[in-house]
Design a protein around this ligand. Structure first.
Ligand code: SF4
Ligand code: SF4
Length: 335
């Protein structure tokens, strides 16, 4: 393979794309901690990064449903709303593109799973179908329960929720929670399990993943196999981290497919297994991540240019809340 194509494939690989986005997210978290230090009078001022709002998806989904119910745009923490819209859009249009390419938490678990595949000769351990089915059923139950609760929140309460000072520092509270022994123990268990069984959090527990999986089923773009040219080498099925039997599918419609393009990349028959858009238009495996990330960046840029990304709260308000002792209080609610 010519070196230009090798470089192109590397730059559009999940390892690289997810690594860069994860690095950016970690940088934003560090900036938020530095902002808090400034608020406490312990360091220079740095701009408050809004993208860490992604750490509080359930809270921002409350705001999202309030917006859908006619409650208006959240001007206090609008970045959270933009992130939810981006995640929904990439899921609906590009097969859970958010889960497969953008989610920083998913990048961590996928990194562990990748390590496991390297150590165990190419595949994570597949659980018996019935056990995997129970695990995925649990995820959909959690997702349905969470969705029901969020939709049922009365509009007035949802609007009041986003005006709570508690909400404004929830990202900092969550970052602080990452150092708690309970979280570190859970991280350790999930990391070891992901090395063996693949990203267990994404597959069996994440309620957001459950919603995005179902949304992804409506995607107009999907991986399609041409049964006429398929030589049944099983390379695609073996490459699929979601344990889908790609070799037998005509079009991969499963909610578990996150459009990673691993199966397409390994197919030895040109044109046999391809991602296709409506009209049978081919989407090359290196173009797919560009579409996902491009759509994500377009939504972000649109929000920024129209003044719908940055908080309208002045820095001094954050300073007052951070110094009020709210951050040190033990969590009482669902944050
Ligand atoms: S390997 Fe193919 S079928 Fe499996 S998740 Fe990735 S894109 Fe979907
Ligand atoms: S990798 Fe390609 S040729 Fe091999 S089974 Fe899958 S679709 Fe068929």
């Amino acid at each position: 393979m010519p070196s230009v194509e090798r470089a192109r494939d590397f730059l559009t690989s999940r390892l690289f794309v997810r690594g860069v986005l994860l690095g950016f997210f970690v940088f934003a978290c560090v900036q938020l901690l530095r902002f808090a230090e400034w608020a406490r009078g312990r360091g220079p001022h740095v701009p408050r990064p809004e993208s860490v709002a992604g750490l509080l998806p359930i809270g921002h989904f409350t705001s999202f449903f309030a917006w859908l119910k006619g409650g208006g745009w959240d001007t206090l923490l609008p970045a959270g709303l933009v992130i939810i819209i981006g995640a929904v859009a990439t899921s609906v249009l590009l097969k859970r593109g958010f889960c497969g390419w953008i989610c920083p938490l998913g990048a961590v678990w996928e990194g562990q799973a990748w390590l496991g595949r390297k150590l165990m000769g190419g595949r994570n351990v597949a659980l018996p179908r019935w056990l995997d089915g129970i695990g995925r059923g649990v995820r959909y139950l959690i997702a349905a329960a969470a969705l029901f609760v969020l939709i049922m929140v009365p509009l007035a309460e949802a609007l009041a929720f986003r005006e709570l000072p508690y909400m404004w520092v929830a990202d900092l509270k969550i970052l602080g929670g990452f150092t708690r022994p309970g979280f570190l123990a859970m991280l350790g268990v999930a990391s070891v399990a992901s090395v063996f069984f693949g990203p267990v959090w994404c597959r069996w527990l994440c309620p957001l993943g459950g919603w995005y999986s179902l949304l992804g089923m409506a995607s107009p773009c999907a991986v399609r196999r041409d049964p006429e040219t398929c030589i049944h080498c099983s390379a695609c099925t073996e490459a699929c981290h979601a344990f889908l039997d790609v070799e037998k599918a005509r079009a991969v419609r499963s909610p578990e497919c996150d459009g990673c393009m691993d199966c397409v990349r390994v197919c030895p028959v040109p044109g046999c297994l391809e991602a296709r858009a409506p009209g049978n238009t081919r989407i090359a495996p290196w173009v797919w991540p560009l579409l996902v990330v491009g759509l994500w960046l377009a939504i972000y840029a649109g929000a920024r240019l129209t003044g719908n990304w940055d908080t309208r709260l002045p820095d001094d308000v954050f300073r007052q809340v951070i110094n009020s002792g709210l951050l040190e209080e033990r969590t009482r609610g669902g944050l």
